[in-house]
Design a protein around this ligand. Structure first.
Ligand code: CAA
Ligand code: NAD
Length: 288
């Protein structure tokens, strides 16, 4: 494979929620200029606060100086105008897990960026191929799937569609390595590798909780202390966000129709009641 001349010095990130804020931080931490886009001033401020809180934690732990933190945050231009990504060589979309919203964004991005720019989605389960159909150049559309928390987890799944240009995959893998992440390349099937293996387990844990089989603490303790997982499944669902987790399961269920991924009814009930996990302050657990 020939090496590419694609310019990734400036990266756009659309959506600064749980994932987008972390992804913007990862790029800025590694010296990239970032244009972070949100839809309202309020959500933009929330995204900025997320980055400041996360990098502030590194300062408190003595892993980052205050000057380096200020420089890192200064490399992110926060904006509500998507047209500000026009000079970016790569745009990573990280908005809600809904196909029509992502397609709308890709349709708009297709008009904004140059034809050489790569358009990437952080989707967990939706079809990258279908997202790409909203653009006039689907060969430059890929999945670049970061894991939560993005500044900590070292895997990036790179999703190829049947029309993705091979050089785009190479460039994305090289870019992931420049972020100290390990890239794996995978085809366009709901859940890719990690979520295809993870979400049946998470859904099962939610069902066990719903059936009063064990307390939340005991369910989580079993997997942490019995199996060595860093976090129990209910705490992990809260970290992911129950709305996002529901959408992922629903997409996987609709693609495979397997009982494993039929979302546990309690997930929908909690989302409807506004219990979204950490981001709303309450999910299976309550957060300050
Ligand atoms: N943002 C940034 N940094 C964070 C963070 C966050 N939200 N949470 C923790 N960290 C950092 C800490 O600052 C600390 O950094 P240093 O080692 O440099 O000091 C490090 O992570 C460890 O943190 P803690 O000591 O506070 O806590 P911990 O050891 O319990 O680790 C955890 C926390 C990293 C979240 C760990 O519990 C873990 O790995 N949990 C599993 C997470 C997981 O499975 N993620 C994948 C979810 S699925 C997914 O993402 C795909 C999808 O599509 C849904
Ligand atoms: P989230 O709900 O925390 O954040 C989504 C953000 O997108 C919100 O801040 C919202 O204001 C913003 N947004 C919505 N429409 C927008 C628009 N038109 N323009 C700009 N911003 C817009 O969601 P999340 O959990 O960060 O998930 C984002 C994506 O990342 C989803 O595709 C999800 O499946 C994927 N993902 C999530 C996780 C996770 O653990 N939460 C992990 C990996 C991948």
């Amino acid at each position: 494979m020939t090496s590419s001349t694609r310019d990734f010095s400036s990266i756009g990130v659309i959506g600064l929620g749980t994932m987008g804020a972390g992804i913007a931080e990862v790029f800025a931490r590694n010296g990239y200029q970032v244009v972070g886009v949100e839809q309202t001033e309020e959500s933009l401020e929330r995204g900025r606060a997320h980055v400041e809180h996360s990098t502030g934690r590194a300062v408190k732990r003595g892993k980052l100086s205050e000057e380096a933190q200020a420089e890192l945050v200064g490399r992110i231009a926060f904006t509500t105008d998507m047209a500000d990504v026009k000079d970016c060589g790569l745009v990573v979309e990280a908005v809600v897990e809904k196909l029509h919203v992502k397609q709308q964004i890709f349709r708009a991005l297709d008009e904004i960026v140059s034809v050489d720019a790569v358009l990437a989605t952080n989707t967990s389960s939706l079809s990258v191929t279908e997202i790409g159909t909203a653009t006039s150049h689907p060969g430059r559309v890929i999945g670049v799937h970061f894991f939560n928390p993005a500044p900590v987890q070292n895997l990036v799944e790179i999703i190829r569609t049947v029309v993705t240009e091979p050089q785009v995959l190479e460039d994305a893998a090289e870019l992931a390595r420049s972020l100290q992440k390990t890239p794996v390349v995978v085809g366009d099937k709901a859940g890719f590798i990690a979520n295809a293996l993870l979400f049946g387990y998470l859904n099962h844990a939610a069902s066990m909780f719903e059936g009063h089989y064990a307390t939340r603490e005991d369910l989580d303790a079993a997997m942490r202390f019995g199996c060595g997982y860093p976090m129990g499944p209910l705490a992990l669902l809260d970290l992911i966000g129950l709305d996002t987790a529901f959408e992922i399961l629903d997409t996987m269920y609709k693609q495979g129709r397997d009982r494993l991924h039929a979302p546990a009814p309690i997930l929908k009930q909690m989302v409807t009641a506004g219990l979204l996990g950490r981001k709303s302050g309450r999910g299976f657990y309550t957060y300050e």
